[in-house]
Design a protein around this ligand. Structure first.
Ligand SMILES: Cc1cc2nc3c(=O)[nH]c(=O)nc-3n(C[C@H](O)[C@H](O)[C@H](O)COP(=O)(O)O)c2cc1C
Length: 173
C-alpha cells in the first residue's frame, strides 16, 4: 500500500517534456501492464498504437496541444468493440461499459509509465480525424485518448488539487 500511495502521488500530468525519447522496451512494459487491466466481462475493448518513431510522433503531435511536441512517445488508445456479454450488459443496464474500460486501461498506462520513471499526460484534446488520417485508422473507429510519454526536468511533484474528502464520499458504517 505504501508503494501504491507513493506511485499515485508521483503520477501527475506532465506538460513540460524535455524531448528525450522513450525506449521501445519501456513502452512494451507499459503495454504489458495495460493488458492486465480489468474490463467488463473481460471484453478488453481496446487497441493501442504505440509510437516511438520520431517522424510519426511529430506528425501526431501537430494535431495535439503544443507541449506534446517534446514528448518521447505516444500510446494511442483506440476503442474496439467489446464482446457480446459486455455489449448486451451495456444495453440492459444503460451503461457504457466499453468507455469505462477504455478509461480504466488508460489509467493503467499512466500508472505503469510512472512506475518506470516515465512522465506522462492523458490527452483527450486532439484532432481525432487528423490523428486517424496520420495513423491510417479507419474513420468509423474512435480514438478515445492518447497518452503522451516522456521525461521532464522538473524535480518536484506538484501539490495535488482535489475536492475535499467530505465532498466526494458518503460513508455508511
Ligand atoms: C480523460 C482525460 C482527458 C484529459 N485530457 C487532457 C488534455 O487534453 N490535455 C491536458 O493537458 N491534460 C489532460 N488531462 C489531464 C488532466 O487535466 C489532469 O489529470 C487533472 O487536471 C489532474 O491533474 P494531475 O493529472 O496532474 O493530477 C486529461 C485527463 C483525463 C483523465
Amino acid at each position: 500500500m505504501k508503494n501504491f500511495k507513493e506511485l499515485i502521488l508521483k503520477r501527475e500530468s506532465c506538460r513540460k517534456f524535455n524531448g528525450k525519447p522513450v525506449s521501445k522496451s519501456d513502452v512494451e512494459a507499459i503495454i504489458e501492464a495495460a493488458r492486465l487491466a480489468p474490463s467488463a466481462c473481460n471484453g478488453q475493448p481496446w487497441h493501442f498504437i504505440a509510437i516511438t518513431n520520431q517522424e510519426v510522433m511529430k506528425n501526431v503531435a501537430s494535431h495535439m496541444q503544443a507541449f506534446n511536441a517534446k514528448a518521447g512517445g505516444f500510446i494511442v488508445v483506440i476503442e474496439e468493440k467489446s464482446n457480446i456479454t459486455s455489449t448486451i450488459g451495456s444495453k440492459i443496464k444503460h451503461q457504457d461499459y466499453t468507455q469505462m474500460d477504455v478509461g480504466i486501461v488508460t489509467s493503467y498506462i499512466a500508472l505503469a509509465a510512472t512506475s518506470l520513471g516515465i512522465s506522462n499526460c492523458i490527452i483527450g484534446w486532439f484532432d481525432e480525424s487528423k490523428v486517424k488520417q496520420v495513423l491510417d485508422i479507419p474513420k468509423k473507429k474512435r480514438v478515445r485518448l492518447i497518452v503522451s510519454l516522456g521525461y521532464t526536468d522538473e524535480k518536484e511533484a506538484r501539490q495535488k488539487l482535489r475536492k475535499d474528502i467530505e465532498k466526494i464520499v458518503t460513508y455508511i458504517d
